[in-house]
Design a protein around this ligand. Structure first.
Ligand code: ADP
Ligand code: MG
Length: 240
């Protein structure tokens, strides 16, 4: 069986009394891209927060390359090679581009097969960030902030990259640039979870698709199967 980069097994998560994830299970294979879809409020970001340790699950387990990370603190999960590009970008607005990258840096795992990410390689991928390296991040455009958020995650030298709605609020041309970046990262062999509300952005890039509906997994499939056989996505995602 292919190596699993990330597995959620029967995860239940709560915000206070509110039961927002119910027995959520899915597996991201090594080097694959899993598109995690669902309406607003379905629980996609909560899955990401649980995975990186920001919200401990009440039940269930999370494994990274076969090693349990359930209820470890965020910095230890990051040290196992999981990085999140958070929804809404969340860069340090008062720091420069360069400072944002420096504070995110983490040495790669000794066993990593990938060439390590450095500020230079991030700038190679995003030349616009290099041009603005000394600018305060609050002054960047939305697209540039998204590139910086991705750059910050790459500086952690992840083996598993989680991207929470990286296209949100961006103009179509910038969305296309972001998706081209996602494709390059996939081609480099990274294992990726791409969270999206817009399935059109996901289907031609994803290997696997998971659809969440009100905190539960409604569909697990390959993108090819859904493209061929068709699934009534409107039922799960609303009209789009
Ligand atoms: N910090 C929070 N406190 C309480 N409820 C929350 C919090 N964050 C999200 N929720 C609720 O949890 C559910 C899932 O939210 P979320 O994971 O953000 O969904 P999605 O990312 O799919 O839009 C929603 O009903 C949302 O209102
Ligand atoms: Mg969300």
């Amino acid at each position: 069986m292919a190596t699993s980069a990330l597995a959620l097994n029967g995860v239940d998560a709560f915000y206070g009394d509110s039961h927002v994830l119910q027995k959520v299970s899915f597996t991201l294979g090594e080097g694959r891209l899993l598109g995690l879809l669902g309406r607003n409020g379905a629980g996609k970001s909560t899955c990401m927060n649980v995975t990186v340790g920001l919200l401990p699950p009440r039940q269930g387990t999370i494994e990274v390359f076969g090693t349990p990370v359930t209820r470890l603190p965020p910095e230890q999960i990051a040290a196992r090679g999981v990085a999140l590009v958070p929804q809404g970008r969340r860069v340090f607005r008062s720091l420069s581009v360069q400072e944002n990258l420096i504070v995110a840096a983490r040495a790669p795992d000794p066993g990593s097969r990938h060439a390590p990410w450095t500020m230079e390689t991030v700038f190679k991928m995003f030349p616009r960030l290099e041009e603005r390296r000394n600018q305060i991040s609050a002054h960047l455009s939305g697209g540039e902030q998204q590139m910086l958020a991705i750059g910050r995650a790459l500086m952690q030298n992840p083996r598993v990259l989680l991207m929470d709605e990286p296209s949100e609020g961006l103009a179509p041309q910038i969305v296309a640039e972001v998706m081209a970046t996602v494709r390059k990262l996939k081609d480099s062999g990274l294992s990726i979870v791409l969270v999206e509300q817009n399935p059109k952005l996901v289907f031609d890039i994803a290997d696997d698709i998971v659809i969440l509906n009100t905190g539960q997994v409604a569909v697990v499939s390959t993108a090819a199967e859904i493209n061929q056989a068709g699934v009534d996505l409107r039922q799960h995602l609303g009209v789009f």
